[in-house]
Each structure stands twice: as structure tokens, then as C-alpha cells.
Design a protein around this ligand. Structure first.
Ligand SMILES: Nc1nc2c(ncn2[C@@H]2O[C@H](COP(=O)(O)OP(=O)(O)OP(=O)(O)O)[C@@H](O)[C@H]2O)c(=O)[nH]1
Ligand SMILES: [Mg+2]
Length: 614
């Protein structure tokens, strides 16, 4: 029985679609709650502390911080908006008693708005709606408000949930107001609304200590750190407690340090109060979802549940001719250990050993999430190969099911034809079409997740960079039939050496090249995309014969078309089933899984023979 409320605290999660301004709003809340001196220079998007977050301007992991407002400490959890990091939102909501739902005043609710709102409603959390970025030229706050109501109704919100507190904001300028006509000056109305409308955490005064572990950290001095909300009771530093794991077994522990969030920093405390979000040191073997509780009356809380992964990728050791030249950690055991560590820190990632011990299947929510994982560990010095992302199928009563995405496209009317044509090739089904009468259309599709891998680049090209697309996992549906992952072949090097301008110049008409003169290549490495459907083997190292001098005179001066280096994410969505991406701290290369051209031809011939086509 929960009877008391801790009114000196509030725990809120900020949720929204990607880029709707969550992290920027947290900055402004920091500034106005007196955390910094008025003239102190502070960085933008302070909570995006990871290198990759700063480079890409997106939030990847949910993070905690706090502000003090009118003697109440508001614990804030900033969450990522990108769909692939949805597990972070589910984890964050396990610590919150309420949420701020941000919606861009121009874009309105988008697929991830639906996802996060659904999760908040399921968790029965109080919601404050903030229509943000009302300074935008194309802001349409009234329509957006109607769309939010429609969304809530669509998600079966109760009458109580439909009567949400509503504010308008320009997060970047640190302004919020109750009505559109007002001229806001600061965020005071938002901070006051949080105190007024979001309940403080409730707890049972008679119950012993119980804390749900929602996040893990690490400190060089204190070792493993467990982060989470205290559901009941209090604890002191030096207390003897237990941790109940997934198997129900209790492991004893002694608290070595307790901390709470003060701004973006942590503050040591001797005692922690019920409802607070704390950082506890003193236990090594702890997992997200475990309960830390009293030794005398150990009772676990429901574990955090996150949606199942929908995409998998195979990680193998690098066996290319260049293996071991650039990476520090190359052995399979090191790679597997690193991936196991990731599953401890990230509840949305799972791994499974395959066939031999040299290969491991990594499962997640989407190829972008896996790409971020790959980028993170390659920067730590790891080197390995990954295969094409594959969706995870399910079978029900003998029927094959596949993950289906709900896709929302916003583009100029003139691109409607090409977009629908491409998506129907990819087994998409149109479910809605809205023409706003100003030259742009909004189209909704349901599309198999597997056929969307790699579609974004093509979509941007098709819409001359002006189209916007968002998609969100919609559930499992009946398999919609085979579809080629790419309609072009690969240009494959047939030997080891360095690429030469003359050879590349002659290859240019065959397709799009990925290498420049001087790049090292090896047999089986993919150096370009062929215009035609099948692969071709070529010699990119071929020098011009000296006897042929007069033919082209300025041999050394051939002018090659400039190329954009292909990124890790592009490589991952480019490769086909029989291809791999080789990842090292310095390079990203694509290759055939079977490097020898001769072996590939033999394999191809035997496949044709099996099909009776030789
Ligand atoms: N016009 C306008 N732009 C804003 C406002 N607030 C934020 N932005 C811009 O919107 C972009 C995204 O801001 P973020 O705060 O990173 O958004 P986010 O919701 O944290 O994004 P993710 O964490 O990646 O989901 C940045 O370029 C901001 O400068 C605002 O009030 N008005
Ligand atoms: Mg952010």
C-alpha cells in the first residue's frame, strides 16, 4: 500500500520525437533554476555528453540530472527521440512519476511521439504537453494541438489523461507560456506546472528499503554504480543490503557510497529518501532490472521490460588480408567480452552465440542502433566484420511473420509518383494520403522493416533532399514476400594492391566508385556499386602500359569524379547477404564474405547446378 507522498521531490522524464527540442529545453531549465552564474558560459545541449551525441547532435542514451525549484528538487531524465533508442525511453520511464511531452509546433506529432506517449500512458504517468518551437516561421500550434488530441484518442487515453496541462514554449530561448497570445519571459510557468501537476513520488512508510536498478554506471574509484529510483524506505552509506537478480537469488552487498543528482553532477549523501533517484556504489554484479533491498525483508520489484529486438547482425573476427593492422583488439574472445558488457549496460541489446565461437549475433531495435554500437566499439580500438542487418522473423501456427514499420513520408506533390512506386517495389502498402493544398503531401505506409534498410538515401535522392521520412515499429505482420535488398551489383577488386587513377578512370562508367587513387585494396574487396544487377571483378590497380603512351598522353592527369567517402551506416545498409563490412578504428571497407574470386565463381556455379540451371 502506497500512502505517503514525498513532496520535496519530482521525477520527470522528457519525451518526444527526435529533434523536437528535449535536450535544449533541459539547458534552459538549468540556466533558469540558478545552477549557473548569470554570465557563465555554458555549452549547448549540456546533457549530450557522449562524443557521438555531440558529433551527431542527437541524444543516444537517457541521462539523469536535477534542478532545484522553490525548494523542490526536480529529477529530470532526458531521453533520446530516435526510434532505435526506444529501449532508453522505456528504461527512463521506470524512474519517472510524470512526463513532459514535447511536440514541435510545426511538425506536430510524429511516429516517435506516438511511441513515447503510448509508453507514458501505459505506465499511467501524468503528462504535461508542451508545444515547442512556436517561434518557427511555419509553426501551426492550433492544428498541432488538435493532432495531439487525435493521437491521445487513438491511443485510448482516459478522460483524465485528455485533460492534460498544456503549455507553449520556445525551448531555445527559455520561454514558456500558458496561452499563445502571451509574451513569455522565462520558464517559470513550466517549472511551477511541474510542481503543481506532477505528483511527488509515493511510497509506503512502513515498507523496508527497495530500489529498482534502471541504469548502470562506472567509476574508477568506486567501481560499478547502480542508478535507480527508491520505491520504498531509506538507506544509509555503509548499510548492508541485498541485490535480487533475474533468477530470484539474493546477493549481499555493502553500500560504499550514496549519491543524488545535483544539476549535472552527483552529490554525496549519507542517507537517501524514498522516491529519490540515487546512485549506489558497493555492488559489482548487478544488472538493469534488479532490485536492491533490505536484508531482513528482501522483496523484488517487477523488472523493467523493454520491447523485443527486431533486427540482428552477425559480428565475426576480421579475416581480411589487412586484419590486425589497425585494431588493438581483434580476437573473437575480446570482441565477445565487449559485446557482453554492452548487454549489461543496454537493455535493448541482446546477443546470441552462433555456430562456432568466432561469431556472435547481436540483436537490437534497428540498424542505426547497431551502427552506433559498432562506431562506439571501433573507437575503443576494436576491429571486426559485420554482416548485413537481418530482421528477426517469428512463426505463429506455421505462418511466417515479419516486423512491419509504420512509415510517414512528407514530400512535395511532384515526388508522390516516384515515392509510391519505390515503396510498392519494397512491399509497402499506402494507408493514408493527405494533401495540404500547399504543394506538399503526407503519405502513410506500412512497410516491412527489412525492405526499408537502406531506403533513406534513395528517398533523399528521389526527393532532391527535400523529403522527410520517419518510421516506427508497428508490430509483426504476415511476411509480404521476397524482395531484393539492392537492385545493383558490386564492383569487386580481383587482387591486392593500391588503386590507381588510370584504372579507376576506366571503371567510372561502370558505376559509382568508393575508393580513390592510393587506397589499398584486396581481392574480394568491394570498391564500387555496379550499374547492373550482377557483380563484376575488376583490377583497380592496373597501370597504363608504357608502350601505349601516345594514346592518352596525360595519363597521370586523368580527372576523376569526386566521391563522397561512404559512411559506416551507408556501408551497413549497402551490403547484401553474401557481403560484409570490415570495421577497424581507422577504416570502414566492404568486402565479399568469400574473398577469392575463384571460390565465389565455383560457389555460384554449384548453386545454379542445384537449381538445375547450369
Ligand atoms: N526554432 C527553434 N529551434 C529549436 C528550439 N529548441 C531547440 N531547437 C533546435 O532543434 C534542434 C534539436 O534540438 P535538441 O534539443 O537536440 O532536440 P532533442 O529533442 O533533444 O533531440 P534528440 O535527443 O536527438 O531526440 C536543435 O538544432 C535546436 O537548436 C526552439 O525553441 N525553436
Ligand atoms: Mg536530445
Amino acid at each position: 500500500m502506497k500512502a505517503l507522498i514525498n513532496s520535496s521531490l519530482r521525477n520527470i522524464a522528457i519525451i518526444a520525437h527526435v529533434d523536437h527540442g528535449k535536450t535544449t529545453l533541459v539547458d534552459a531549465m538549468f540556466r533558469q533554476s540558478g545552477l549557473f552564474r548569470d554570465n557563465q558560459e555554458i555549452e549547448e545541449r549540456l546533457m549530450d555528453t557522449m562524443d557521438l551525441e555531440r558529433e551527431r547532435g542527437i541524444t543516444i542514451a537517457a541521462k539523469n540530472c536535477s534542478v532545484l525549484w522553490k525548494d523542490v528538487r526536480i529529477n529530470i531524465i532526458d531521453t533520446p527521440g530516435h526510434a532505435d533508442f526506444g529501449g532508453e525511453v522505456e528504461r527512463a520511464l521506470s524512474m519517472a512519476d510524470g512526463t513532459i511531452l514535447l511536440v514541435d509546433a510545426s511538425e506536430g506529432p510524429l511516429p516517435q511521439t506516438r511511441f513515447v506517449l503510448k509508453k507514458a500512458l501505459e505506465a499511467d504517468l501524468k503528462i504535461i504537453v508542451v508545444i515547442n518551437k512556436i517561434d518557427r516561421q511555419d509553426a501551426r500550434p492550433d492544428e498541432v494541438l488538435n493532432e495531439i488530441y487525435d493521437l491521445l484518442i487513438d491511443l485510448d487515453a482516459t478522460d483524465d489523461q485528455l485533460e492534460f496541462p498544456l503549455l507553449y514554449a520556445v525551448g531555445r530561448d527559455g520561454i514558456a507560456m500558458k496561452t499563445l497570445g502571451e509574451k513569455g519571459k522565462n520558464l517559470h510557468v513550466l517549472l511551477d506546472t511541474i510542481l503543481e501537476k506532477i505528483p511527488g513520488p509515493s511510497y509506503d512508510p512502513g515498507a523496508p528499503f527497495q530500489m529498482l536498478v534502471s541504469d548502470l554506471g562506472y567509476s574508477d574509484y568506486m567501481g560499478r554504480l547502480a542508478v535507480g529510483k527508491i520505491f520504498n524506505g531509506t538507506a544509509h552509506s555503509r548499510d548492508s543490503l541485498v541485490c535480487i537478480g533475474e533468477d530470484g537469488k539474493s546477493v549481499p552487498l555493502k553500500v560504499s557510497k550514496l549519491q543524488v543528482y545535483e544539476g549535472i553532477k552527483l552529490k554525496d549523501v549519507d542517507v537517501v529518501q524514498p522516491g529519490d533517484i540515487v546512485v549506489l556504489a558497493g555492488i559489482e554484479k548487478v544488472k538493469i532490472g534488479d532490485t536492491i533491498c533490505n536484508r531482513q525483508a528482501p522483496e523484488d520489484l517487477p523488472r523493467i521490460s523493454v520491447d523485443e529486438p527486431t533486427v540482428s547482425m552477425e559480428f565475426t573476427v576480421n579475416n581480411s588480408p589487412f586484419a590486425g593492422k589497425e585494431g588493438k583488439y581483434v580476437q573473437s574472445s575480446r570482441i565477445i567480452d565487449r559485446l557482453i558488457k554492452e548487454t549489461l549496460l543496454n537493455v535493448a541489446i541482446q546477443i546470441e552465440m552462433v555456430k562456432d565461437r568466432d561469431s556472435v549475433l547481436v540483436k537490437g531495435r534497428g540498424e542505426f542502433q547497431l551502427a552506433i554500437l559498432i562506431e562506439t566499439i571501433r573507437r575503443e580500438g576494436y576491429e571486426f566484420c559485420v554482416g548485413r542487418p537481418e530482421v528477426i522473423y517469428r512463426y505463429e501456427n506455421g505462418v511466417k511473420l515479419e516486423p512491419i514499420e509504420r512509415l510517414l513520408v512528407d514530400c512535395e506533390e511532384r515526388f508522390l509518383g516516384i515515392v509510391t512506386e519505390k515503396l510498392s517495389l519494397r512491399k509497402g502498402k499506402m494507408t493514408n494520403l493527405v494533401n495540404n493544398g500547399k504543394g506538399r503531401v503526407r503519405i502513410e505506409f506500412t512497410v516491412p522493416a527489412r525492405t526499408l534498410i537502406g531506403y533513406r538515401d534513395e528517398f533523399l535522392t528521389d526527393t532532391r533532399g527535400t523529403g522527410i521520412m520517419h518510421f516506427l515499429f508497428d508490430g509483426y505482420g504476415v511476411f509480404r514476400g521476397e524482395c531484393s535488398s539492392r537492385f545493383t551489383g558490386s564492383i569487386v577488386a580481383d587482387r591486392t594492391g593500391n588503386a590507381v587513377a588510370y584504372a579507376l578512370f576506366n571503371l567510372e562508367p561502370r558505376g559509382r566508385l568508393f575508393v580513390v587513387p592510393g587506397n589499398p585494396v584486396y581481392e574480394g574487396m568491394i570498391i564500387g556499386e555496379h550499374n547492373r544487377g550482377q557483380d563484376i571483378s575488376v583490377n583497380p590497380c592496373k597501370e597504363k602500359k608504357l608502350s601505349n603512351m601516345r594514346a592518352a598522353g596525360k595519363d597521370d592527369n586523368v580527372i576523376l569524379s569526386p566521391i563522397k567517402p561512404i559512411t559506416l551506416e551507408q556501408s551497413i545498409s549497402f551490403i547484401r547477404e553474401d557481403e560484409l563490412v570490415e570495421v577497424t578504428p581507422l577504416s570502414v571497407r566492404m568486402r565479399k564474405a568469400v574473398l577469392s574470386g575463384q571460390k565465389r565463381r565455383a560457389l555460384h556455379a554449384s548453386r545454379l547446378k542445384d537449381k538445375g540451371l547450369d
